[in-house]
Design a protein around this ligand. Sequence first.
Ligand SMILES: [Zn+2]
Length: 333
Amino acid sequence: MATPIKDVILKENAPTTILFDKHVEFLREYGKNEDNFEFGMTDYLRISGMYWGLTALELLNQTHSTPQDEIVTYIKNCQDPESGGIGACLGHDPHLLHTLSAVQILAMYDKLDAIDVEGVIRYVVALQQPDGSFTGDKWGEVDTRFSLCAVATLSLLKRLDAINAEGAVRFVESCMNFDGGFGSRPLSESHAGLVYCCLGFLSIMNRLDIVKRDVLAWWLCERQLPSGGLNGRPEKLPDVCYSWWVLSSLTLLGRLHWISAEQLKRFILACQDTETGGFADRPGDVPDPYHSLFALAALSLLGQHEIKTINPTYCMPQHVIDRMQLSPQILRD
Ligand SMILES: [Zn+2]
């Protein structure tokens, strides 16, 4: 007997349009209250959390409503003068994930000179291992996520030349599996989030030529479930953030049209919270800025015109990438 497919059922009365104003309110209010239990619990996510919220607001054309100067000063104070890396919040050890988020926010504001740029470069370079891979911080494990973080950070700072590029590409290539997908390390199972990380990395390095294009695009399309939602790997429930990881990957492969866009859009819109605004991982769950950003970014890739255009490689507004004169590789027919 075949195992039943894990999926969710969308309700009849699920929202079918973007609750624009509610999302703006949700994103602006989230985490404002420092006494908020949730805010304390997510302290370690602070700078990345800011990147999710601010990018989502920018996609909704609301950047003017964010306290830019305050945010820039805060980021500046999170930079560790010794290593050059940036931590999640004041007093926290630096980490590559937050260093990238900080650089993305400053790039969006056109304020990269607010931090010690040479320090950031020094930090990223020091995390590269002899086999070309990267760790997330000085104690951390190797993961292909960090290969993307490293080259995204350096390319936004126009200093890709600072690392061993050939070794970095060789490592990511060694994480490619028979199904065309990528895992976190060599011989690790393929996972849609890591597929995005590796394709984003290869797009920045202009080396998308090494992927098994159609085998991988097919694997990505198989992530779509009857509800229209996408999962990260076989036998898992759909989650709205995979709309981004899978769609950005298909976009980089020039195969976005292989997915059923209408069904996916229906699933994404059903993940909105009609009362508070914001998107949750699945319909009926609690919304948060992380899933809100990736839902809006996916809708942008699907051509939703009320949302600003997102860049599939950097997950940043396209106009910022254009202003910086970056042109990451995308495969086209
Ligand atoms: Zn998720």
